[in-house]
Design a protein. Structure first.
Length: 368
């Protein structure tokens, strides 16, 4: 006998008790099995029958993964995938940029499939067609970035996985479907000489942009951490300064040493400590197209022929620190990565994989 389990759904009975309904199907294939074998020949026949049964089960598993058995629950027959998609992401995510991305994904999904999509339509063929649709989208400025289409499709797969857990889908339909991203591009960073040139070059009409970018080059702090950084996060202990903060991307708390060069870049704390406007280290810093333009103008004025964004400061610190120290573990802690493989990928993007593990400390000295 082959017994198929197609998952279960949770429900509440008339007495208010939570119960689970399991969906299964039994099949009795004719494989020549001999009940109570009496000799070596009959035992050999049963052994071959067992092998045949194993092969049949594996073939059925493949069909199941590909959605060929078509088993859906009564709950999923009445449900609209689009409504579930809206509800799932509204409950699960709160960050503005994440919500915005899923609103865009929902728009693409409804443009592709309409506003009413029963789960019986969500097959491997549907998923593959949706991926092809995402990868073929064209905007005014060209095609949808491959990494964006990959991100959208992966978010869609996460949703389908959740719906399977809830019993809306009994067979996960996107098992063997994978989106391809853009080829890995090497990240830009500045050399020690280029950082020194920027230190000696004035910037137009921005009180926070120059000290922020140089601070990022010297500490590895990301733009968002710097934007939220307050003077209260800096503490002095035994003649050394430390930054205590929370990584916005991961929510992880960290404490790292801040060298004298970095403290010199940001200057002294304003005397009016009671006024909250003066508590931010970089009070006018924000992520905007205008500030990105000012940053690039400053770099162009310095005669540096590179495209520079706020992220390049963090890249620059990472490259300088690693080249001088060869300490991947130390860099992992400073960048507040959760595991060393993230730091390895980060360095590969900067240095093309040409790095190795060793130890030492510090970064180059600059004239500030």
């Amino acid at each position: 006998m082959i017994r198929y389990y197609f998952g279960s759904t949770r429900y509440t009975d008339k007495n208010g008790k939570v119960k689970y309904k399991t969906y299964k199907k039994d099949e009795y294939p004719d494989i020549g099995w001999i009940k109570d074998p009496k000799n070596a020949y009959e035992r050999q026949v049963n052994k071959k029958a067992e092998t045949l049964l194993d092969q049949m089960i594996e073939a059925k598993n493949v069909d199941l993964r590909r959605g060929k058995l078509g088993m859906i629950t009564e709950v999923s027959k009445k449900a609209n995938m689009i409504d579930d998609f809206k509800n799932y992401f509204q409950k699960k995510y709160t960050k503005k940029n994440t919500i915005s991305g899923h609103i865009s994904l929902l728009s693409h999904l409804t443009n592709f499939a309409g506003k009413l999509v029963p789960y019986s339509n969500v097959t491997p063929q549907f998923c593959k067609a949706f991926l092809d649709y995402l990868e073929s989208l064209e905007y005014v400025r060209g095609r949808l970035n491959k990494n964006t289409s990959k991100s959208y499709f992966n978010a869609f797969k996460v949703f389908l996985g959740e719906m399977k857990q809830q019993g809306k889908i009994l067979v996960y339909p996107a098992e063997d479907i994978k989106a391809k991203g853009e080829p890995h591009k090497q990240k830009d960073y500045l050399t020690k000489q280029e950082v020194q040139i920027l230190i000696n070059t004035d910037i137009r009409a921005s009180r926070s942009l120059k000290p922020f970018f140089l601070f990022s080059c010297l500490t590895g702090q990301a733009h968002e951490e710097c934007r939220l950084m307050t003077w209260d996060m800096l503490e002095e202990q035994d003649g050394r300064f430390y930054l205590k903060a929370q990584r916005q991307k991961t929510g992880q708390f960290y404490r790292i040493p801040i060298n004298k060069q970095s403290m010199k870049v940001i200057g002294e704390r304003p005397k009016n400590r009671r006024d909250k406007r003066y508590n931010k280290v970089f009070p006018t810093l924000k992520y905007s197209h205008q500030q990105n333009q000012l940053l690039q103008e400053w770099v162009d004025k310095a005669g540096i022929l590179k495209k520079v964004t706020p992220h390049v400061g963090r890249h620059t610190f990472s490259a300088m620190y690693y080249k001088q120290n060869k300490d991947i573990g130390g860099l992992m802690n400073i960048l507040n990565h959760k595991d060393i493989s993230t730091t390895q990928r980060y360095l590969a993007g900067l240095l093309g994989g040409d790095y190795f593990v060793d130890k030492d400390v510090d970064i180059p000295e600059f004239e500030i």
